[in-house]
Write a protein that binds this ligand. Sequence first.
Ligand code: 7TS
Length: 404
Amino acid sequence: MNIERIRNDFPVLHQELYGKPLVYLDNAATTQKPQCVIDRVRHYYERDNSNIHRGVHTLSERSTTAYEASRETIRAFFNAKSSKEVIFTRGTTESINLVASSWGGENLGKGDEILITHMEHHSNIVPWQMLCKRTGAVLKVIPMNEAGELDMDAFASLLSERTKLLGVVQMSNALGTINPIQSMIQQAHAVGAVVLVDGAQAAAHMPVDVQALDIDFYVTSAHKMYGPTGVGVLIGKQALLEAMPPYQGGGDMILMVTFETTQYNDLPHKFEAGTPNIAGVIGFGEAIRYIQAIGFDTIVRREQVLLNYATEQAQNFDGLKQIGTAKEKACVLSFVMDGVHPHDLGTILDREAVAIRAGHHCAMPVMQFYKVPATARASFSIYNTESEVDALFAALTKARDMFA
Ligand code: 7TS
């Protein structure tokens, strides 16, 4: 694999900050965008911009065709059974809120249980808490061990006929842990629970086949997959989606409206009220094609080499403690350093042109588990290099010396 060629696809990487080459290691927050995605969005606005599903004029037809072509690209990428199962949203957060509000409001009642894990992002915690408040359902949490791996025995004993939904993150943004979702889905289905998998982190780093895994609801965001911000997807089984009420009312989600009643549109439009992020969806499709062109064989192999390289340096770095050492993990190096607050680390590293994230990563329960206020997090992507990892550790050495 030619990394330089891949790096050349990403214009933003080729800049200096404070006189030093940018080292972008905040990919778990959002990835950078390749030229083909930028060009596709630009081309859309320059040539095709129009609203979809309504005009008979040429631009509207072009926009609709491109928008629906993205749906098919994304369907194929995740191997959903039908494009009716592919709902465009603003992102992972909105996709989960849609399921919690629509599916949850319809299917949950007092005493029912929702099971999530200790390492969920807030977006896979708070919507369920809100739903519990509304319905009287109870939120249960699968514990994890010190390495940041789920306690699978505890999981098995938490499952019961009261469990109506399992919400599980495929790859933790705060720890990098890859969860054994295949086995978890099978066990959850055995008690009749529906499973939502949060693929916000995983989708750019490993292949996902929603049919092979038998996933009921899969959610992810384009912006973590080299695509635009403000767009994402909910992939749901058709039978579940058919039975769910609309999440929002408005244009495009209806067939017929009178003041007395409204007949809702068919899937997937039933869940896409209002003018969507048309350019974003089209850019999302292009980003998926970019990933397909590189291929997951290459991506997985390359990113694992890089993570191993970074992990080895972290292990040999005096005063640095890794947070999250699961056997199965990807692309995330979370850590704390003796005597230096993660936020100070983030600031010092920025002056070295090294971009990492410092904070709770919208996973406060993970911070509570490790009894830290925050961690520093370097997260890698297909365009990162060993020399960038070296730059990270050179900057960390500087920070350690400053505080010594
Ligand atoms: N789930 C996981 C596992 C995430 O990592 C994120 C975003 C979300 C859900 C929410 O995605 P959104 O696109 O709807 O915002 N995670 C991060 C992060 O780690 N740093 O910034 C955003």
